[in-house]
Design a protein around this ligand. Structure first.
Ligand code: C2E
Ligand code: MG
Ligand code: MG
Ligand code: MG
Length: 280
């Protein structure tokens, strides 16, 4: 009697679940073909020096044009690329593409321009990763100092000793390392001081809290930590002038966010943030 009563509900629940699972499978299937269909593109977002206002670098962000009317941000599908392992090969393409673009910007627009590329934990763990970085730099004829690799705290926690070795080798190439989404993970502060890190990207979550004194204190503590370790900070998710002013007052550093610019196409980025070199 009891089981009979709860049955319709169970069936309904089960159906909704399998529909969600079906949708996810379809999405994964589309993602498997997306690369060969040339549906992936990169959007570039400015990284700005808070004190000189110069755009010193761009972060490359993956985008998926699934159909003429369906355009997805990385947040919507990168987790699926990671779940399926597809991120390893697509991440390699991202790295190559971003290096080529950076070399073009350095040749035509700004000689010291740099490019920041997100690296998934899976890529970092891959044995070939260092060779892939070397190849991408060589193919693009990009000097190592022009490249910044963004690594999340979680990537460092999974296999700390292997991660340390890989970071040391990246560093030895002359490539810079940034810790992405800093402050949201569980990385121990003591470990941070022993890794070859050049900058921390303060997660956007902290920018959202800059209108409260407690949030400002928290941000300031991260900035102080960065200064103590002699590394740079990049404040992420800066959307308002107030947030920008508060971060500027905290000291020498960099920022990224909708206030400075949305992630945009190459042409848009070049027009908005870079000027053409004048050849005398
Ligand atoms: P992330 O590296 O922390 O990138 C910043 C994200 O914040 C981007 O979302 C960007 O569009 C968004 N954003 C930038 N400024 C603002 C702002 O002022 N306000 C707010 N609310 N958001 C802002 P997106 O492009 O959807 O990327 C999400 C995440 O996906 C990235 O976070 C990164 O972890 C990952 N991702 C993106 N591209 C790649 C890639 O090529 N490879 C790998 N492995 N991961 C990637
Ligand atoms: Mg990033
Ligand atoms: Mg980030
Ligand atoms: Mg983030």
């Amino acid at each position: 009697y009891c089981a009979k009563k709860s049955l319709p509900h169970l069936v309904f629940y089960d159906k909704a679940m399998s529909q969600a699972a079906e949708l996810k499978l379809q999405l994964i299937n589309s993602l498997r073909h997306a690369h060969s269909l040339k549906q992936f593109t990169l959007a570039y977002q400015a990284i700005v020096d808070l004190h000189t206002n110069q755009t010193i670098a761009a972060e490359a962000l993956l985008r998926w044009q699934k159909s003429p009317t369906e355009y997805y941000d990385a947040a919507d599908f990168v987790p699926l690329l990671e779940e399926t392992g597809l991120i390893v090969s697509i991440g390699q393409w991202v790295l190559e593409q971003a290096c080529v673009q950076a070399a073009l910007w350095r040749a035509h627009n700004q000689a010291d321009f740099r490019i920041s590329v997100n690296v998934s934990p899976l890529q970092l763990e891959h044995l070939d990763f260092i060779d892939q970085v070397i190849n991408a730099l060589e193919m693009a004829n990009l000097p190592a100092e022009a490249l910044i690799l963004e690594i999340t705290e979680s990537a460092l926690l999974r296999q700390p000793e292997q991660a340390r070795l890989t970071l040391n080798r990246i560093k030895a190439l002359g490539v810079s390392i940034a810790i992405d989404d800093f402050g949201t993970g569980l990385s121990s502060l003591s470990r941070l001081g022993t890794l070859p890190i050049d900058s921390v990207k303060i997660d956007a979550e902290f920018a959202l809290r800059l209108n409260e004194v407690s949030g400002q204190k928290l941000c300031n503590a991260i900035v102080q930590l960065a200064q103590a370790l002699d590394i740079h900070f990049v404040a992420e998710g800066i959307e308002t002038q107030q947030q920008r002013d508060i971060m500027t007052d905290m000291g020498q550093g960099f920022a990224q966010g909708f206030l400075f610019g949305y992630p945009s196409s190459v042409d848009n980025f070049t027009q908005t943030f870079l000027t053409e070199k004048h050849i005398a």
